[in-house]
Design a protein around this ligand. Structure first.
Ligand SMILES: *Cc1c(COP(=O)(O)O)cnc(C)c1O
Length: 358
């Protein structure tokens, strides 16, 4: 018997979540965002499952994009950070990859390259995220350069929202975008998951949903994944590998951050921070044992966590444990740990064996 931790990837949930994105998108086309190894779910696995459903795949690394092409994927592939050096440009042309152009330096590299084929490009406008994108002043010179070079066959205008999941919303960025692009005939790309779900005005051109495809809510404090019609794709599960009976006053784990106030049973789970479970998850983080919701006790260690077995008398060595996924939303665990579902999903460690479920 191997160590019992597993990540199970539910491919029908993934496809169902893409269908939810599609319902919200109206006539907009959908990039499935597959960066960070498809948010920890496996790039090739997710691309295969969404092959006939997504209109294109968006990610970061040219190596990953080339691997998709070599595996036979023919749909558009968008590189969200574009290219880093001019010597990547011939590869982009050869493999038919679409870079985001977010700086005038990239515009210069692109207009002065000698390429075997013309490129589709996304031109990114900074509307207030202040991370990537041309400023309002740079935008028109950059656009004109791309419109007049031989190396570009088509341009889509994009921006990225900083507060689509928050009260501030998108109107302030939309106003800057509309002002900059007025009079331009090019298609646009605006929405991440939060904007696609909340703001009908963004359902144009090409939307870029990521987190919702994986069944996590982009704004779990306001609306759960379930309320949005999304299903968990990754279930991280394991088993109890030991049970301890504590007397009142005994402490648990490194640093003894939890003390039993009365006699109690605790279970030891084969899952720790080296599997991707967040070390900063405090005492009381939710966990399922034998399908019953209970809490962690003590500090998360590299290979184990400890859980309270009060009210679960049937629990013993071999009892099933769900860390997140089916029956326990990853967003609940993330909220308890002071982070977001994105971080937990992306952090799944390579040592965790993955199984697929259709
Ligand atoms: C990651 C990313 C997305 C997807 O965002 P989600 O919140 O996961 O939907 C969309 N656009 C860009 C530019 C991104 O980097």
């Amino acid at each position: 018997m191997t160590r019992p931790i597993r990540a199970t990837i539910d491919l029908s949930a993934l496809r169902g979540n893409l269908a939810v994105a599609r319902q919200h998108a109206g006539a907009a086309r959908l990039w499935a965002v597959l960066k960070a190894d498809a948010y920890g779910h496996g790039l090739m696995r997710v691309a295969g499952a969404l092959d006939d459903l997504a209109d294109g795949f968006a990610l970061l690394d040219i190596e990953d994009a080339i691997a998709l092409r070599e595996a036979g994927f023919r749909q558009p592939i968008l590189l969200l950070e574009g290219f880093f050096e001019a010597d990547e440009l011939p590869l982009l042309a050869e493999y038919g990859l679409t870079p985001v152009v977010h700086s005038l330096e990239q515009v210069d590299m692109l207009t002065s390259a000698a390429l075997p084929a013309r490129l589709q490009v996304y031109l990114k406008l900074n509307t207030g995220m202040n991370r990537l994108g041309l400023s309002a002043e740079e935008f028109h010179p950059g656009l004109t350069a791309l419109e007049t070079t031989h190396n570009v066959s088509g341009i889509t205008l994009m921006t990225h929202f900083a507060d689509a999941d928050l009260d501030r919303g998108i109107d302030w960025q939309m106003a800057r975008f509309e002002e900059a692009v007025q009079g331009c005939e090019h298609p646009v790309s605006l929405a991440n998951s939060a904007a696609l779900l909340r703001f009908a005005a963004t359902r144009r051109g090409w939307a870029r949903p990521g987190i919702m495809l994986y069944g996590s809510s982009p704004y779990p404090q306001d609306e759960s994944a379930e309320a949005l019609g999304l299903r968990a794709v990754m279930t991280l599960s394991s088993q109890l590998i030991s049970v301890q009976e504590l007397a009142a006053g005994e402490r648990v784990g490194y640093g003894g951050i939890f003390t039993a106030e009365r006699p109690m049973r605790i279970g030891i789970v084969a899952c720790g921070y080296a599997d991707g479970y967040p070390r900063h998850a405090p005492v009381g983080t939710p966990v399922l044992v034998e399908g019953r919701r209970t809490r962690t006790v003590g500090r998360v260690s590299m290979d184990m966590i400890m859980v309270d077995l009060e009210g679960i008398p049937a629990a013993g060595i071999g009892s099933p444990v769900v860390l997140w996924g089916e029956g326990l939303p990853v967003d609940d665990v993330a909220t308890a740990a002071g982070t977001v579902g994105y971080e937990l999903l992306c952090a799944l460690a390579p040592r965790v064996p993955v199984t697929e479920k259709e």
